[in-house]
Structures are given as structure tokens and as C-alpha cells.
Design a protein around this ligand. Sequence first.
Ligand SMILES: [Zn+2]
Length: 101
Amino acid sequence: MKNSQQLESTMSCAEFQEQLPELFASGNGGVPSDPNLQAHLDTCENCSALVRDLQYIADQARMLLEPAQDEPSDDVWSNIQNKLKSEQAEGGFPSSPPLPS
Ligand SMILES: [Zn+2]
């Protein structure tokens, strides 16, 4: 129902998404305390999907930052380093540039 959109939502998607960084920075896990934001979230599928994605990413980041698992965080970094190394090798970049003679 496009013609009811203006009545129900005073906020546009662009305006809502401008508030997203603050929403997540506030530590509420992307749950808006502003009723205008919540109202848009309730009525807009695009933005609620976006918030769900961001919440998922935030969760993943938290799991990386907080060593809640038994694995030491060193493993995470060595895995990342290994991945970077293998990607560099696949990309054809020399891992050690030739020394000037
Ligand atoms: Zn929206």
C-alpha cells in the first residue's frame, strides 16, 4: 500500500539508515530506543532485514573479540594470516620482493 506509507512512516529509509551507526554504537545491539526508528523498523522490511544483517555481523565481531570459546585468539589471527598469505600467493604477488643488487 504505497499511499499509506507517508502517513505511517515519517522517516525515510535513508534517514533511518543514517541513524544505524549510532544505533549499534549505543550498545543496544541495534534495538532502537527512538520510537520513530522503531516505527520505521516495524513497517519497513528492507530496513528490518538490514538491521538483522548488521546484528548478525555485530554478533560475529563480538565472538571474535571476546574469547568465549576454548580456542586461543592466537588461532584466529594465525588463520587470518594464513588466509592472507595464501591469497597473496594466488594473486601472484611475490611474498618477498627481490633484493636490489
Ligand atoms: Zn526503510
